[in-house]
Design a protein around this ligand. Structure first.
Ligand code: OSB
Ligand code: MG
Length: 379
């Protein structure tokens, strides 16, 4: 079973060179704090991989895992160790795209980390030749990509109502709210029901358990999609829930890291959030999207609060999902005072134009200003 086209297979044979790898940690100050069940965050620390070819071309890739292991097991310092100790030494013998993928596939898990290496390599190829793996994929693409906003937890209904109004004015195509069992209170439901937005959804980040069915039922009864209601590996709870309550419009996020896990979700999933980092890179993402096309699974591209580097790449992928209503790819100024791109990503009427994401250029001066540390790996 394969979902990869002949032209992409041929592309994988292309040669790649690696003179050195840079592992850069940047920290982007946020315009305002973001509150989730994990905690309050006021800045985004991100790991950016710079892949230098023998000809001096540099490709960029973002490792979009969190600095802590609270979304998945991966965290930034761990990612650096895995690259330094286990990935970089093997990359010396990897002289084609396919061989680099083979090296990465030796590492169990660490999808965000492996993805970042592939992103950077592919970006270096695209910058050298004008054609990366996505340019090789013969599928129609959108000029303008619709985006949604992911909203943190609010302290009260009033705060939530204000934020809903603001997001509606800005034109977002979907409003997604972080939820947890304690959040099921009348004030919150009142604000939600007052919204006239046609596309509301929830993200539970796996926080509902067997003991929280009543709270979950209150959200489910609104008829909105709920992302990752139960903890990863606990999707058996869905049928238990549906026996006693109502149907769930389930959209897995954390739960699906591989194509196999997606296939096993059958019957549970209504749609799928694909994060290219979470599923281990571009090749895996293409394969997963092809599977979704073949099985009519509505899929969209999720976010990890990426910098412009990761965002632009996610948007490039999102442009292939012609039918998706919205992707969690809000523009730069939604989170950051300063982004690392020369032209920060902007949204007009809830959409982002391809001129912002097809050929992003890094503002090296800002990139350096925001750099916290830099490790150079050279053989
Ligand atoms: O669950 O979708 C999530 C960010 C970090 C970790 C997990 C999630 C998120 C988001 C970010 O919701 C959405 C965005 O990037 O705008
Ligand atoms: Mg999510």
């Amino acid at each position: 079973m394969t979902f990869i086209s002949a032209s992409i297979k041929a592309f994988l044979n292309r040669e790649v060179s690696l003179a050195k790898l840079e592992l850069v940690i940047v920290e982007l100050p946020q315009v305002k704090p973001f509150r989730s069940a994990i905690g309050v965050r006021t800045s985004r620390k991100a790991l950016i991989i710079k892949w230098h070819t023998n000809k001096g071309v540099v490709g960029y890739g973002e490792c979009s895992c969190r600095p802590d292991p609270f979304y998945s097991h991966e965290f930034v310092d761990g990612a650096i160790q895995v690259i330094e100790e286990f990935i970089f030494p093997l990359l010396k013998q990897a002289t084609t795209y396919a061989k680099v993928l083979a090296v990465l596939s030796k590492i169990r898990g660490w999808n965000f980390t492996k993805a970042a290496i592939e992103f950077a390599m592919n970006d270096a190829i695209r910058r050298s030749t004008g054609k990366g793996i996505l340019e090789t994929w013969e599928r129609p693409r959108l000029e303008k990509v619709p985006v949604g906003i992911s909203m943190g937890l609010f302290e009260n209904g009033l705060q939530m109502t204000e934020a809903i109004k603001e997001a509606e004015t800005e034109g977002y195509k979907r409003l997604k709210f972080k939820i947890n069992p304690e959040y099921a209170n009348p004030e919150i439901f009142k604000s939600l029901k007052a919204s006239s937005h046609a596309n509301l959804s929830f993200d539970a980040n796996g926080l509902f358990t067997y003991n929280d069915f009543d709270a979950l039922a209150q959200f489910a009864s609104l008829g909105c999609m709920i992302e990752q209601p139960f903890g990863p590996g606990n999707s058996y709870l869905q049928s238990e829930f549906e026996k006693r309550h109502t149907k769930l419009i389930n959209c897995p996020d954390e739960e699906v890291e591989t194509l196999g896990q997606l296939i096993e979700q059958k019957g549970n999933l209504a749609e799928l959030n694909i994060k290219p980092g979470r599923v281990g890179g571009l090749y895996n993402t293409i394969e997963m999207i092809e599977y979704c096309f073949a099985h009519n699974i509505p899929a969209w591209i999720g976010g990890m609060f990426e910098t412009g580097i990761g965002r632009a790449q996610n948007l490039q992928i999102a442009s292939f999902l012609m039918g998706a209503k919205a992707h969690d790819q809000s523009p730069s100024n939604r989170y950051f005072k300063k982004d690392v791109l020369k032209e920060p990503i902007e949204m007009v009427d809830g959409k982002i134009d391809s001129s912002y994401f097809l050929h992003p250029e890094i503002d090296e001066k800002v990139f350096e200003e925001l750099t916290l540390s830099n490790i150079v790996l050279k053989s």
